[in-house]
Design a protein around this ligand. Sequence first.
Ligand SMILES: [Zn+2]
Length: 259
Amino acid sequence: MLETLTLFAQGMYTDQSNAIGVGYPMGIGIDYYYVLLVIPAMIIALIAQAKVKSAYSKYAKVGNSRNLTGAQAARMILDSHGLTYVPINVVQGELTDHFNPTDNTVNLSPAVYSGTSVASIGIAAHEVGHAIQHAEGYTPNKIRSAIIPVTNFGSQVSMILILLGLVLSSFLWLAYLGVILYSTATLFQLVTLPVEFNASNRALKHIKELGIANDDDYKGVKKVLTAAAMTYVAALITSLANFLRLLLIVRGSDSRNRR
Ligand SMILES: [Zn+2]
């Protein structure tokens, strides 16, 4: 779940730098695309983030029926899939839980690792869902990993290319190239959705099958994981809004040049 917060932080930062970086050299005065597209998307993202925090804090206070810790629940699910060799570590912070594919480890925050709440078993089971995806070679997961280097490169150079293309109007193709590179970030967010939804579906299925949760626990886990999934939907909307804004700015400059 940490990845949610990190991506949000990156998203917010990019939004602000876009406003200054591209809005002003255009000489538009008010960047309408920012107001009409990016700000509403950011509001949706903030609401989604608030909802995941409130769902988490609510179900972090509700104990699960079997009094299992997140680490115990994670171990049960991993072992039932023959993943006895996948270690479960503690990482500092809150909602810093994640699966690390490079060293094949499940990393849980202290509250999830040793907590016996409904939220703890839900989040632990979700991260194990990623470990099982990794072990099974789940296709959207592979696509996502393959896109990461392109997305990283794209996010580093796209804004520079867009600015250059807009300032040197005879090199507007550079700006279009920048927009295409920016779109890889949106594509990344899109591919993230099936990965996250699938990890949560696996989590729900396994806690039910293994009797980790009773019906009440299950409902709580579902609420926490659904709220978390919505933050990924919001991240996609934010990325899409940014992409559209950049495309519209470049196209606007293009049509002015042709006049
Ligand atoms: Zn996840």
